[in-house]
Design a protein around this ligand. Structure first.
Ligand code: PMP
Length: 413
């Protein structure tokens, strides 16, 4: 793949042109996929990497000394190194998980549960996906710790100045980098800097940002960062957790099973060193290879240009939606103007009906609560329509959506 990142000067449209060539199965004349926040389409290099895993490396990882087994183990570890490098993490501090959800549960059950004390506080935002809400809710129920919510203003900006957040009773702040409903970007660098200075732990849910915002865990200095491959053009069934080296020493495996021990007898088990002790069971080799290929794909497109491209396109969608007299737009998280995710409602038309008419016209948008009950309760809506963009989307996707909204309005009002 020739890298766009290597070019000196690029326009944002170059991002689309360079990317679209790599989605050879995606027919953007007939289909308008506006659901990348749920899962993205996969470029050819990712599909090839997954199939190559099965064709050329089909053997157990870390379990066989014959050549094919060694090749599989080595390919898996190379994939780990590539994904770790993508977020500027040391290879040994990145563990593969099933998903972002599992990564967060590894933190709550494998780390926080054994060290948090009753009455200590966990702060989350109101815009968390259930993946970063329910595990903390369960933790607080079982440990006597207290769950607290960081509020936001009507523009979608987090109210981070509340003194209580920065009180010594705060154990950890866990928040999403970009909301899966409001899009935008939360100020994670400032938050992590302040938290570290005060001895407060941080977990960043990067599920929605990893596809288009640069992530550098060394600079960020968070304690944990979780993401999934399938939202960054990689395969389903694999995610990753970055763990700060000190936290790693305090952590226990979420899952017990094969591949994580040095020795076992009836009284004792001796775990292998990290990261291997956190990956019980047969590893997902093809998933890891696809994950690494997705990281390569994104590194070939400069992150700043990708975020500018999808952000600008998001602004054009927003303008087009705002021109419809009957569309109500939700704010953008962080209060910015650019976002690759936009949520809206159409007056008098149920979001499910809007999505159905759109589907009938080749436009894939989502409807429902987007696993964000806290936020939807706050916004006082039962369901929202959501569009979300990937590098294969373009201006030509706007008109079919607007047409669908007009048609749904005609039919249902
Ligand atoms: N966090 C956010 C912000 C998400 O949008 C999602 C998925 N929609 C998740 C976490 C969970 O990701 P996964 O389902 O891949 O575990």
């Amino acid at each position: 793949m020739n890298s766009l990142a290597a070019k000196k000067s690029i326009s944002t449209y170059d991002v689309y042109q360079h990317a679209i060539e790599q989605f050879s199965h995606y027919d953007n004349e007939r289909y308008h996929y506006l659901d990348s926040a749920a899962t993205s389409q996969k470029p050819d290099c990712v599909i090839d990497a997954v199939t190559q895993g099965y064709r050329h490396f089909c053997a157990p990882v870390h379990r066989a000394s014959y050549p094919l087994g060694e090749a599989a183990s080595s390919a898996y570890e190379t994939a780990r190194a590539r994904v770790a490098q993508f977020i500027n993490a040391p290879t040994s501090q990145l563990i593969f998980t099933k998903s972002c959800t599992e990564a967060i549960n590894q933190v709550t059950l494998g780390w926080a549960k054994s060290i948090i004390k009753p009455q200590q506080k966990i702060w989350l935002t109101r815009m968390e996906h259930n993946a970063n809400y329910l595990p903390w809710h369960q933790l607080c129920q079982t440990t006597g710790a207290e769950l607290k919510i960081i509020e936001m203003d009507e523009d979608g900006c987090l109210l981070l100045e509340q003194e209580e957040i920065w009180h010594e009773s705060t154990f950890l702040i866990a928040l999403t980098h970009c909301s899966n409903v409001l899009g935008g970007e939360n100020p994670i660098q400032e938050l992590c800097d302040k938290a570290r200075a005060q001895g407060i732990y941080t977990l960043i849910d990067a599920a929605q940002s990893v596809s288009h915002l640069p992530l550098d865990v060394d600079k960020l200095a968070c304690d944990f960062l979780a993401f999934s491959a399938h939202k960054m053009y990689g395969p389903e069934g694999i995610g990753a957790l970055y763990i700060d080296v000190k936290r790693m020493a305090e952590m226990s495996p979420l899952l017990m099973g094969g591949g994580i021990v040095e020795s076992v007898d009836e009284q004792h088990i001796v775990l292998r060193e990290a990261p291997y002790c956190f990956e019980a069971g047969s590893p997902n080799l093809s998933g890891a290879l696809g994950f690494a290929a997705a990281a390569d794909f994104l590194q070939g497109l400069p992150a700043a240009a990708v975020s500018q491209y999808v952000g600008e396109l998001g602004r054009q969608f927003r303008q087009a939606l705002a021109q419809q007299g009957n569309v109500t737009l939700m704010p953008i998280a962080g209060g910015g103007e650019h976002s690759s995710v936009l949520s809206f409602t159409v007056d008098g038309v149920h979001p499910h009906d809007v999505a159905q008419v759109a589907a009938d016209n080749g436009v894939a948008i989502r409807t429902g609560n987007h696993c964000s009950h806290l936020l939807l309760n706050h916004l006082k809506v039962g369901a929202l329509n959501r569009l979300s963009l990937g590098v294969y989307n373009r201006r030509e996707d706007i008109e079919p959506l607007i047409k669908s909204i007009k048609l749904a309005t005609e039919i249902f009002t």
